[in-house]
Design a protein around this ligand. Structure first.
Ligand SMILES: Nc1ncnc2c1ncn2[C@@H]1O[C@H](COP(=O)(O)OP(=O)(O)OP(=O)(O)O)[C@@H](O)[C@H]1O
Ligand SMILES: Nc1ccn([C@@H]2O[C@H](COP(=O)(O)O)[C@@H](O)[C@H]2O)c(=O)n1
Ligand SMILES: [Mg+2]
Length: 242
């Protein structure tokens, strides 16, 4: 089960990552399936068939549309694990990783970090988590992000939330955020809005065509918005860890 993943030693855990990478490079294979059936074989006390893939929700919307705020509410009410792509990237900057300076300048400019970096961070966060239901916030930002994730993880998201909010309101929220983010300034926000329209809207359209998209009106108070989100999760059936 997923619990076993978290209890693996760092050594075994990184061997598992290497194995998944080798498998996907060599065979373009569904990495989750390989992991479940061969590394965590149910016969050896591993994950059961019904729970072998986590339930994944992508949470999308423009800068300041309220993704992070609503994810916190979903976590409190429905027990999901929140993975913010932006937070994972900011953590890389703070930990002085080899990609830190590239990530910093990309975020400052409001551009998109190469998928290979972001997908690897998400993959690691999922694999080292105890949870089997995730909110992946602020990802995928581009078609390149989406395709890289689906290739590496070997699965599509189960559902996609899109917080639809007018630009004027998003700019107001970002400029009032006051959390010391280097990208919360008018020049970067303008660029982020442009990037959102050009690169993220096609991803949203893709999932809409697939029938996976839940478009939520992102205006009004946080409570009002959450009351629009609640029925989406209340109606879901997802695996429960025993
Ligand atoms: N419904 C709302 N009304 C007013 N302010 C809000 C609302 N929802 C969130 N905010 C505030 O707006 C700011 C941006 O919200 P949040 O960080 O959740 O957006 P986000 O979509 O995650 O943005 P980003 O993509 O920049 O990370 C925060 O300061 C938050 O407290
Ligand atoms: N998939 C992603 C997500 C984020 N970024 C970069 O981080 C910035 C902040 O992201 P938030 O979700 O916290 O708003 C974003 O503007 C990008 O520069 C990314 O490259 N790829
Ligand atoms: Mg956010």
């Amino acid at each position: 089960m997923w619990r076993r993943v978290a209890s693996l030693s760092p050594l075994v855990s990184s061997s598992k990552s290497r194995l998944l990478n080798q498998v996907q490079v060599a065979y373009g294979f569904n990495a989750w399936q390989m992991f479940s059936t061969q590394v965590l074989n149910p016969a050896e006390g591993g994950v059961s068939d019904s729970r072998r893939t986590p339930f994944v929700t992508f949470v999308l919307g423009g800068p300041g549309s309220g993704k992070g705020t609503q994810c916190t509410r979903i976590v409190e009410t429905f027990g999901f694990t929140h993975l913010s792509a932006g937070d994972l990237l900011r953590r890389e900057i703070s930990s002085n990783s080899e990609n830190g300076s590239m990530i910093l300048s990309t975020i400052k400019e409001g551009k998109i970090v190469p998928s290979v970096v972001t997908v690897q961070l998400i993959q690691k966060a999922i694999e080292t988590s105890d949870s089997n239901r995730f909110l992946i916030d602020g990802f995928p930002r581009t078609e390149e992000n989406r395709i890289a994730y689906e290739r590496v993880i070997g699965a599509e998201p189960d559902i996609v939330l899109f917080f639809d909010c007018p630009e004027e309101e998003m700019v107001k929220r970002v400029l009032n955020r006051n959390q010391g983010r280097i990208d919360d300034n008018i020049d970067t926000v303008k660029e982020r809005l442009k990037v959102f329209a050009e690169l993220n809207l096609p991803v949203i359209k893709h999932y809409s065509k697939k029938g996976k998209l839940y478009k939520i009106d992102g205006t009004g108070s946080e409570d009002e918005i959450f009351e629009r989100v609640r029925p989406v999760f209340a109606a879901l059936r997802y695996p429960v860890l025993l």
